[in-house]
Design a protein around this ligand. Structure first.
Ligand SMILES: [Zn+2]
Length: 192
């Protein structure tokens, strides 16, 4: 399964590794190796980490805590205290080291450090009163994202993932509707 980074924040992208949460949840992180691939694919994290089972479990609990807190923000309700504890604990750990060179920024550290970085990035966005957090507008897609568009008019988590699908479905529905209307009109004209 390909990973998607459209949420505008790595913590929200981690939360988005479970899709269709309200219907039939689809988990892109089924095993520690999936998490290793996800970390490598995420621009903001070290390129190579190894995941043992315990750290994998911590990552999943961080993911669910971030999702819960972000949903609390979207729904404008107080943060869930258990989830706050998980994210805050994780953020308190050591973070990855960074190094600048002509090639840009290089980050190194183990998976624990990567999770700590994600927890901090999650806290930064959840604590920012001007951050506009939204849930994708496509029915069934439960991905949360940070809307940075002018006037905060973004409706979908991503155009490829959801926007184009909704537009194509609407187009098909309109075509069906106009075909039905044409048939009705021709039936009427045959009768007269
Ligand atoms: Zn979506």
């Amino acid at each position: 399964m390909d990973f998607v980074f459209v949420s505008g924040n790595p913590a929200l992208d981690l939360a988005g590794t479970v899709g269709a949460r309200r219907d039939e949840p689809l988990d892109a992180l089924a095993a520690p190796a999936d998490l290793e691939r996800w970390v490598a694919a995420c621009d903001e994290l070290p390129d190579r980490v190894t995941a043992d089972f315990a750290t994998f479990e911590s990552a999943l609990s961080l993911r669910e805590a971030i999702y819960r807190l972000a949903l609390d923000r979207v729904r404008d309700r107080p943060f869930d205290s258990g989830s706050l504890e998980i994210v805050n604990d994780m953020a308190a750990g050591p973070v990855p080291a960074i190094k600048l060179s002509d090639a840009g920024l290089r980050m190194s550290g183990d998976l624990r450090a990567a999770l700590s970085h994600i927890a901090r990035r999650g806290i930064a966005v959840l604590a920012d009163p001007s951050a506009c957090l939204k849930e994708c507008g496509r029915t069934g897609c439960t991905r949360l994202y940070l809307d940075r568009s002018r006037g905060a008019r973004r409706t979908w988590c991503g155009m490829d993932e959801c926007g184009n699908r909704v537009k194509a479905a609407a187009y098909r529905a309109r075509r069906r509707g106009s075909t039905t209307a044409e048939e009705a009109a021709s039936t009427r004209s045959h009768r007269s």
